[in-house]
Structures are given as C-alpha cells and as structure tokens.
Ligand binder design. Structure first.
Ligand code: NAP
Length: 476
C-alpha cells in the first residue's frame, strides 16, 4: 500500500512524486490524462518500484493506507476545486487533502473550512524551487492544523531542501498561512528579478556591455554579498548562446515577461493591508508593461528616443560595476523589508502568529530566492524576535548606509540616460521616505480637509479633528 497519493503529474507533481519515492516513500499517482501517467512510469526507472500508477481517483484512494494523505499538484483555481470535490467523493472522513500548488490563500481558507466541515483534514502548502527543487529538495511552507501537518511532516521534511542539515520545510500557521507566505515569497522573487534586470539594463544600454562580459560580472557578484540562486542563474542565462544562430540567448529572447498571478496577489494583499510594497508593485507593473509589446512599439515610434543626457555619473565601467553591485544590495534590502512587513501585518490581521525566523530559515535553500542574505535575515530574527522593519536593524541598517549613495547614483544615472529602473527607484524612494522625520503628508491633509472637511491633527496641540480656515464660512 502507498504512504501518500499525488494527483497531477505535471512538471511539479511528477518531480515531487519521484522525490518522495527517492526518499523511501511509496506514492500512488494519478493524472487526468492517462498517457502522461504511462510516460511518467516509463521514465521513472528503478523508482517505479515505489510508485503505484492509478487510472482513476477511486483506484488512487484504494491504493493508499488510511488515514490517507493526498497531494493535489494542479493549477490554482477551478482545477483545485474540481479535484478536491472529486477526491472528497472517494476519500473517507479523517483523510487529508493537501493543495501543494500556488493557490490564492483566500481560496485555501475557504477550502479548509469547507472540507474540515465535511470531516476531512486540509493543508495548503507552498512549494518553491521549480522543477529541480521539486525533484531534489524544495522549500515547503505549510498552512493548516498542526495535527494535520504532523501527519505528513516526516514525508515533507524528507523531500525538502536542507540548509545546515535542517530541512527547509515548516508549518508557518493555520489554513491559508502557507499559501500566503508562498505568495509573498513570489512577490519578493518578482522584485529581486526585476532589480537584477534593471542592473542588466544599465550595463547593456548605459555601458554597451556584451552579454558574456555581463555574465562574468554576475558570476563575480555571486561570490560576494549578493550570492544567490537568482544571481547565479542570471550569469548562466547571460553566458548562454543560441544553438541555432550562435547569438547570445538574451538577444534572442523576446522582451515580454509572463506571470501567473502570485506576484500580482502579493501586491494586491499588500494594498489590502495598507502596507507599502512599492518595489514588489513596481516589479509586477514592469512585467505587465513588458507584456504590452505592441503598445511599447507604438510608443517607441510615436515618442522617439528620450533626450537623455550623455553624462556618466557612475564613472568608468569598473567603478560603475562596484556601484551597481551595492545599489542592487540596497534595493534588495528594501524589497525584503517590504515583503516581511506585509507578512507581519497579515499575521496580525489574520491572527497567524507567523514565525518569521523560521520563514527566513526555510527560504535559505530550495526556493528561488535562496541566498546568503536570507541567512542574515534568519539571524536578525533569531536575535531580535520581533522586527518592525528590516531596514532599521543590523546588519541591514549599516549595509544601507554603506550602499545608499550607490543606489542613488545608479538611479540618477539611469534617469539621466532614460533607462527605466522602476523597482530600484521605488526602493530608493521608500528608503528616502523611511528616513524622513517630516514628510509632505501635511499638505495632503490640508487638501483633504479643504475639499472634504476630513480634519487633521496639529503639530502643536493634542486632538485629531482640527479644520483649516478654508472651512465654509471661515473665508476659505
Ligand atoms: P503543469 O506542468 O502545467 O501541470 C499541471 C497538472 O495539472 C497536469 O498534470 C494536468 O493534467 C493537471 N490538471 C490541470 N487541470 C486539471 C484539472 N482541471 N483536473 C485535474 N488535473 C488537472 O503545472 P506545474 O508547473 O506542475 O504547476 C502545478 C502547480 O504548482 C501550479 O499551482 C503552479 O502554480 C505550482 N508551482 C509551479 C512551479 C513551477 O516552477 N512550475 C513552482 C511552484 C509551484 P493533464 O496532464 O491532464 O493536463
């Protein structure tokens, strides 16, 4: 009999099933399109001894030892509802449904309630690491009842990535908490990727650097404080050449970025919580604008090239490379500060009590944003417990003070040369606002009171409902 079931043998599901089998678990597998199950079994080699191919959900359920855990690895949305409903018809009370796709956490909350009422246990788990992570060790963020998680923890911990021999798998809270944390992980991932792409833009368009030379720069950075999976693969993407034409791959790939929803959800949830996540929002918007290629082509034709100044505020190429590295680090600190701030507010609003140190620890390996930087964040949480904003604690405050001038110079240089850097400039604006003891919101309050009698607080008196002399009848 199988220890666990898995529905959906796509890229992620197939690799998770192989990973489980590789770690000694017997897995019953089912896929809607039967031929994929056959192809999966054919390719499984020796691992097929621990894989039980099933032709129907009924067969799958019958193949698992009760109480049964069943993982669904299908696209978010209607497919999860269809599969969960079809499974509910076959499973017995006490069985455990696990949605391991990238679900919207609100849907996970709804499904958890729905299926718990019907006698099942339900977990929503975020799995990060892409195809390779799923096969050899992803980062796993689980949400749901502690008892439900405890039932599958040995399997999940055994397949997860490891950092310092610690599995990168944890229950982070109840119901939708795991999918929420995965959503914010992806929002941060969008911001990281966009800022790297912006730095690439400055090197390409500001310094006319060839992809192979840029690959060497990113490769070198990967030996320093920016060491991370995304910097590592950026170097590899830039170094690759197209086998058909011999040209650099980055010159062949069309500049329209795709997105499947998690980045957008992270920006929506940040807005909903009233937390500024401007770097993440800028990254989501940049992807959306990239996808509107026809509009950009029309814009390029109608508006022509910008009258950028030819000034070179970053200096020669070598000094510019050092400044770009530090600017990227500063932008990264702002993006992570925002992502953790969104999770902190969500944790309060939803009563999740999210374990931020644990979240940083399970992001150190397996997931797409894994980096040495996350080890710094994990240590900061271990030392401080609660943190208001990552930018304000060490070592990040000191790093920012060191790199702030470089971020400013890079944004200024890009603006002067008409190279768009929306995420880096959002990071700089966030940093500048965060260090402003007095912002310009006094004028906003004056405007609000003028047109809507919304009232304001004064700097010189207590109370929160003062009005200006423009109020009706006061001569405004
Ligand atoms: P995929 O390769 O497109 O595979 C989708 C799987 O879902 C296929 O097995 C498909 O079956 C099945 N499916 C689709 N609609 C279904 C339905 N209505 N009923 C039953 N089965 C259905 O997708 P994937 O990349 O593995 O992604 C799966 C989930 O993991 C998604 O939520 C995704 O966002 C998430 N995720 C993906 C990655 C990644 O890097 N790819 C990383 C983390 C998380 P058929 O063969 O019959 O079409």
């Amino acid at each position: 009999m199988a220890d666990i079931g898995l529905v959906g043998l796509g890229v992620m599901g197939a690799n998770l099933a192989l990973n489980m089998a590789d770690n000694g678990h017997t897995v019953a597998v089912f896929n809607r399109t039967e031929s994929k199950t056959d192809a999966f079994m054919d390719a499984a080699g020796d691992l097929s001894a621990r894989l039980v191919p099933c032709r129907s959900l009924g067969e799958l359920v019958a193949a698992i030892t009760p109480p049964r855990p069943v993982v669904m690895m299908v696209p978010a949305g209607a497919a999860v509802d269809q599969q969960a409903e079809a499974l509910a018809e076959k499973l017995a009370p006490g069985d455990l449904m696990i949605d391991a796709g990238n679900a919207n956490f609100r849907e996970t909350q709804r499904r958890t309630e729905l299926y718990q009422e019907r006698g099942f246990a339900y977990l929503g788990i975020g799995v990060s690491g892409g195809e390779e992570g799923a096969r050899y060790g992803p980062s796993i963020m689980a949400g749901g009842a502690a008892e439900a998680y405890a039932r599958v923890e040995p399997i999940l911990a055994s397949i997860a990535a490891r950092y310092d021999d610690e599995p990168c798998a944890a229950r982070v809270g109840p119901d939708g908490a795991g999918h929420f944390v995965k959503t914010i992980h992806n929002g941060i991932e969008y911001a990281d990727m966009q800022m790297i792409a912006e730095i690439y833009g400055v090197l390409r368009d500001g310094y006319d650097m060839a992809p192979a030379d840029m690959a060497a720069v990113f490769d070198r950075w990967n030996g320093g404080r920016l060491k991370s999976y995304l910097i590592e693969i950026t170097a590899k993407v830039l170094a690759a050449t197209d086998p058909d034409t011999g040209r650099p791959m980055t010159e062949i790939i069309l500049d329209t970025a795709g997105q499947k929803g998690t980045g957008r959800w992270s920006a929506i949830e940040a807005q909903d919580l009233g937390v500024p996540a401007t770097v993440i929002e800028a990254a989501v918007a940049a992807r959306s604008l990239s996808a509107r290629r026809d509009l950009r082509q029309t814009g390029a034709a109608r508006l022509g090239a910008a009258a950028g100044t030819a000034s070179d505020p970053l200096g020669d190429r070598d000094s510019a490379i050092g400044r770009l590295e530090r600017a990227l680090l500063a932008g990264k600190i702002a993006a992570y500060a925002q992502g953790f701030d969104v999770m902190t507010q969500a944790s309060d609003v939803w009563g999740w009590n999210l374990p931020f140190g644990t979240i940083a620890r399970i992001w150190r390996a397996g997931c797409i944003i894994r980096s040495v930087f996350l080890d710094d964040i994990a240590r900061a949480y271990a030392e401080a417990g609660a943190i208001d904003n990552l930018m304000l604690v060490e070592p990040f405050a000191a790093m920012l003070n060191e790199a702030e001038a470089d971020l400013r110079a890079v944004v200024a240089a890009a603006v002067a040369q008409a190279i768009p850097v929306p995420a880096l400039s959002s990071a700089l604006a966030y940093l500048d606002t965060m260090r402003s003891a007095r912002t310009t919101a006094n004028l906003i309050q004056g405007q609000r009171d003028f047109f809507g009698a919304h009232g304001f607080q004064r700097t010189d008196r207590d109370g929160d409902d003062f009005h200006g002399p423009w109020a009706m009848g006061l001569g405004g």
